[in-house]
Design a protein around this ligand. Structure first.
Ligand code: PGA
Length: 255
């Protein structure tokens, strides 16, 4: 049984002051439902500490959208694992396609960030996915397998509860084009198989693999009811309380 995770990636949205009320509103929507899933919000760095303070005592967990690979030192502008941890966060998104596309993220830097998250007892949410061109060229499996293998490098995380993978086809992010549940399930099953080869079948069977890319309340159930889709990483729809709660309401059954 893998517990569903619904994680909101706020991207470059929500200032610290808006964050307080927003987290409170999510909790109001969740409290009475007692959802059988893990709920995570990932604000921008500057809003993460207030999100964590607002979420204290609730079932909401807070993550960041990145993490630097060194813990301290002369690295102007960076934010490290110990800082993220000290701010009350528990997760860090790593290798999001927007970071790969706009900020020069590579499989090698992804690996260093995953290592930093694990070292600091933070749960990495490791993102990967193919572009439209790669899918049309029939290269989806090859691309995600390389991202997975190189992103892990020589790392051998052993606790599947403290590691999350997110499959986010680039062509589905923010475009309104969702992968069909069949397309997503196929890649998720493939990734689980690859994880089995790299980290063992126990790890692969227990790790959560989230889908990301235009997930909304009206398609969440069809996706998360697939056997290998263990939740969602939600961008646009995580910015509206009703949509985010709606996705949780549709998705949160154990499978
Ligand atoms: P989207 O973004 O839900 O807006 O498509 C998902 C993501 O980029 O994590």
């Amino acid at each position: 049984m893998r517990k569903i995770i619904i994680a909101g990636n706020w991207k470059l949205n929500k200032k610290p002051k808006e964050t307080v009320a927003f987290v409170e509103d999510i909790w109001k929507g969740l409290e009475e439902r007692e959802p059988a899933c893990e709920v995570i919000v990932c604000p921008p760095f500057i809003s993460a500490p207030v999100a964590a303070a607002s979420a204290e005592g609730t079932a909401i967990r807070v993550g960041t959208q990145n993490i630097f690979w060194e813990d301290e030192g002369a690295f102007t502008g960076e934010v490290s694992g110990p800082m993220i941890k000290d701010a009350g966060c528990s997760h860090a998104i790593i290798g999001h396609s927007e970071r790969r596309q706009y900020f020069g993220e590579t499989n090698e830097t992804v690996k260093r960030r995953i290592e930093a998250a694990l070292r600091n007892d933070l749960v990495p949410i490791f993102c990967l996915g193919e572009t439209l061109e790669e899918r049309e060229d029939g290269k989806t499996s090859e691309v995600v397998e390389t991202q997975l293998r190189e992103g892990l490098g020589d790392l051998r995380p052993h606790n599947p509860e403290r590691f999350v993978l997110a499959y986010e086809p680039v062509w589905a992010i923010g475009t309104g084009k969702t992968a069909t549940p069949e397309q997503a399930q196929e890649v998720h099953a493939f990734l689980r198989e690859q994880l089995g080869k790299l980290l063992g079948t126990n790890f692969a069977e227990n790790v959560r693999i989230l889908y990301g890319g235009s997930m909304k309340p009206n398609n969440a159930k069809a996706l998360t009811s697939r056997p290998d889709i263990d939740g969602g990483l939600i961008g646009g729809a995580s910015l509206k309380v009703d949509d985010f709660i709606g996705i949780i309401a549709e998705s949160c059954t154990e499978h």
